[in-house]
Design a protein. Sequence first.
Length: 162
Amino acid sequence: MKILPATPCDADEILALQKQAYYSEAVLNNDFSIPPLTQTLEQLRAEFAHKCILKVVVDDQILGSGQVKLDKASALIGRVIVRPDFWGQGIGSDILSALESAFPQAERYELFTGANSAKNLAFYKKRGYREFKSVQAGPVQLIFLKKPANPSASPLVHSASV
């Protein structure tokens, strides 16, 4: 398994995976209009201009992805996805570590998930994230989490075994 910077050429594969991975979020929150499901290919390609987008590759297949951008002192993490048939194998944790290391100057990491996403909330809390606000976004309650940056973050490109 390798975690590498994605390119706009990867956008179609990442978008298809994103829609597959976020379907369960839509079911949990009873909202199929969430941005990860409605995003277009053009919109995703445009994000490469202002975000670091990573991909997890195994045998030339993209099995996961994630995004991060720096906003002042915060690394804003989003769209952490893993192909559903690979859930529970540590890939999400590896992606999160790589995203956290993308901007060594960041003082903190921030992300959000749906209030009904108990597994995501438990995962992020296990990784040291703490809730700092809640926002109602249409029918979905979003929980925002943050944690201080780790000064000994690992490098951007990782290799690990699946």
